[in-house]
Design a protein around this ligand. Structure first.
Ligand code: CP
Ligand code: NVA
Length: 318
C-alpha cells in the first residue's frame, strides 16, 4: 500500500482551541475579523477558495442551533472540507462515556471539533484531552464566535476602529454579554451594560476585563443610561437555552429593558441595532426596531459564516 502522509503528523502538538474571547490577543481578533471581511468579498465575487480539502470537522451539539450549526457547516463545505454533525443524543456520551475518552477518540478521526453545550467545564475538559482544536459554539458562559462576527458587522458598517465607538448591552448578563465584555477588554472599546439586579454578568469575568484593560466597561441597571449616545445597541433573549422554566418570571423583570423606538431614540441617530437571534419580538426587542432601518440582524447572521471560515482556518493552521 502506498504511504500517504500520516494524518496524525499533520496535527499540531498544541492545538489552537478557541473557548473564550480572552483566548485571543487583540491582534489575533483583528486578524480574524479582517480576513473574514476579505473572505466575504471573495465569496460574493464567486471565487472558490478551498484550503480545507481533505479535512473533516465535527459539530458536537447538545443544544439547538440554526445559525451556528448551518454557518459552520456551510463555511467548512465552502472551504473544500467535510463536516459530520454529532448530536450528543446519538453518541455514547449519552450512555456515560467520559468526555476525555470521547475527545481522544474524535481526535483520531477529525481535524477540528466545534462544540455547543451547557457548562464551560465541558469544552474545557474536551480541549484538555483533545489533540485537535476545540471551538466553543456556545456554552452557558460564553459565545465567543458570535461576538467576533458581531464585531465584524460593526466594523463593516460603522468604523474600523472599535475604540471610537460606544457599544451598549441591554438585558441579561449572559453568555453573549460575557463574550462582549472580554472583547471590549481586548479591543479597548467602550461597553455599557444595563442589566436588572440579580441578572448581572459574572463578577469575576467583569472585574478581570476591567482590570486587564483601560476600556470603559460599565454596568448599570438603567437601560437609558447605557444606551445614551451609543453607536451600537445589542439585544439578546431574556431566557437563554436551559432557562426556559424562568421565562414568565423573566418577562416581568426584564420588561423595562425592551429595545424599542423610545429607547433607541436615546442612542446616536445613526446607531445600529444587533441581535444574535433567535429574537422574541415584543419581548427583548420590538417588531419595529427589529425590522427597522437601524437593525443589521440579517447581515450579522450572514457574517457568522465568513467569520467561522477564518476561525476554522486559524484553528487548523490552513
Ligand atoms: N446566534 C446563534 O448562535 O444562533 P443559533 O442558536 O441559531 O446557532
Ligand atoms: N443567550 C442565548 C444566545 C442564543 C444564540 C442563549 O444562550 O440561548
Amino acid at each position: 500500500m502506498n504511504k500517504s502522509p500520516n494524518h496524525q503528523i499533520t496535527k499540531s502538538p498544541n492545538p489552537k482551541h478557541y473557548l473564550t474571547v480572552s483566548d485571543l490577543a487583540s491582534d489575533e481578533i483583528l486578524f480574524l475579523i479582517n480576513r473574514a471581511l476579505k473572505l466575504k468579498k471573495c465569496y460574493k465575487s464567486g471565487q472558490p477558495y478551498r484550503p480545507a480539502i481533505g479535512k473533516v470537522i465535527g459539530l458536537l451539539f447538545e443544544k439547538p442551533s440554526t445559525r451556528t450549526r448551518v454557518s459552520f457547516e456551510a463555511a467548512m463545505l465552502q472551504l473544500g472540507g467535510n463536516v459530520t454533525f454529532l448530536s450528543s443524543r446519538d453518541l455514547q456520551l449519552r450512555r456515560g462515556e467520559p468526555l476525555k475518552d470521547t475527545a481522544r477518540v474524535l481526535s483520531r478521526y477529525l481535524d477540528c471539533l466545534v462544540v455547543r453545550t451547557f457548562g464551560q467545564v465541558v469544552v474545557d475538559e474536551l480541549a484538555r484531552w483533545s489533540d485537535i482544536p476545540v471551538i466553543n459554539g456556545l456554552t452557558d458562559q460564553h459565545h465567543p464566535c458570535q461576538v467576533l462576527s458581531d464585531i465584524m458587522t460593526v466594523m463593516e458598517h460603522k468604523h474600523e476602529d472599535m475604540k471610537a465607538l460606544k457599544v451598549a448591552w441591554v438585558g441579561d448578563g449572559n453568555n453573549v454579554a460575557h463574550s462582549w465584555i472580554q472583547a471590549a477588554s481586548r479591543l479597548g472599546f467602550a461597553l455599557a451594560l444595563a442589566c436588572p439586579e440579580g441578572y448581572e454578568p459574572d463578577k469575576e469575568i467583569l472585574s478581570r476585563a476591567q482590570t486587564e484593560s483601560a476600556a470603559p466597561i460599565t454596568l448599570t441597571t438603567d437601560p437609558k443610561e447605557a444606551v445614551e449616545s451609543a453607536d451600537v445597541i445589542n439585544a439578546d433573549v431574556w431566557a437563554s437555552m436551559g432557562q426556559e422554566e424562568e421565562t414568565s418570571k423573566r418577562r416581568e423583570i426584564f420588561a423595562p429593558y425592551q429595545i424599542n423606538e423610545a429607547l433607541l431614540a436615546k442612542a446616536k441617530t445613526d446607531a445600529i441595532v444587533l441581535h444574535c437571534l433567535p429574537a422574541h419580538r415584543g419581548e427583548e426587542i420590538s417588531e419595529k426596531v427589529l425590522e427597522g432601518p437601524h437593525s443589521l440582524v440579517w447581515d450579522q447572521a450572514e457574517n457568522k459564516m465568513h467569520l467561522h471560515k477564518t476561525v476554522l482556518q486559524w484553528a487548523m493552521g490552513l
